[in-house]
Design a protein around this ligand. Structure first.
Ligand SMILES: *[C@@H]1O[C@H](CO)[C@@H](O)[C@H](O)[C@H]1NC(C)=O
Length: 210
């Protein structure tokens, strides 16, 4: 009886140690596929692979949106490859905004560390808007793929950290997607209901042509 229990346990341990892969630090030299990066050889992995020090410093907010997102996604922090998560730092100067955007690959959790941020998202089922002003310590969730935004609604710089349920959540900023490209103005007018002057103005501001 004891002997057979012993055999069962040794079988369980043997099979689980064979099946479980503890980590898959991405090898950025190899191509990126639907399942992420291929694994760096475990013999070459050190503790430093699991530490990312890039989020301690404010990003440069001297830009059109007065905001900076500093990502620690798989390309910057290959240790998150295969683990289903990642993180980024969000700096919003006074009047800063992360314009309406979506992450096709993952849901987002935001925690405000400093300042106050008006944040919200829009449901895809009925275009209902969920938005609120968040203060230091507040956390808000943005479900995967939905359009959302963050605006600095205070008169000091705001700082937040955002985590994602994907090592590569992706990012598409709606205004850049619509106007920062070379789709002819006439087609942009037809597909957005905006007039020519407005489309040309937005193309100029957002780097589009045509
Ligand atoms: C921030 O970005 C602006 C615009 O690209 C640049 O002129 C400036 O030198 C940058 N500041 C720092 C501290 O890197």
């Amino acid at each position: 009886m004891i002997l057979s229990l012993f055999f069962i346990f040794s079988l369980i341990f043997a099979s689980s140690s064979a099946a479980v892969q503890d980590f898959c630090v991405g090898d950025l030299a190899l191509p990126y596929g639907p399942a992420g990066y291929s694994c760096k050889s475990p013999s070459k992995v050190t503790v430093d692979d699991f530490v990312f020090s890039g989020l301690g410093k404010a990003g440069n907010t001297s830009n059109l949106i007065k905001a900076a997102v500093t990502p620690a996604f798989a390309p910057q922090f290959p240790a998150v490859n295969g683990l289903g998560l990642s993180i980024a730092r969000l700096d919003l100067a006074v009047e800063g905004v992360v314009p309406m955007h979506s992450h096709p690959g993952g849901s987002e959790l935001l925690i405000v560390v400093q300042g106050c941020i008006c944040a919200g998202f829009i449901s895809s089922s009925d275009n209902k808007v969920y938005y609120k002003t968040l203060y230091s310590g507040d956390t808000m969730v943005f479900p995967q793929g939905l359009l959302h935004f963050q605006i600095n609604s205070g008169n000091t710089a705001a700082l937040a950290f955002v985590t994602f349920s994907s090592p590569s959540p992706g990012l598409q900023i709606t205004a850049f997607a619509l106007f920062g490209n070379n789709l002819p103005t006439e087609l942009v007018e037809r597909t957005t209901f905006l007039d020519e002057a407005e489309v040309k103005k937005l193309k100029a501001v957002l780097g589009g042509t045509g």
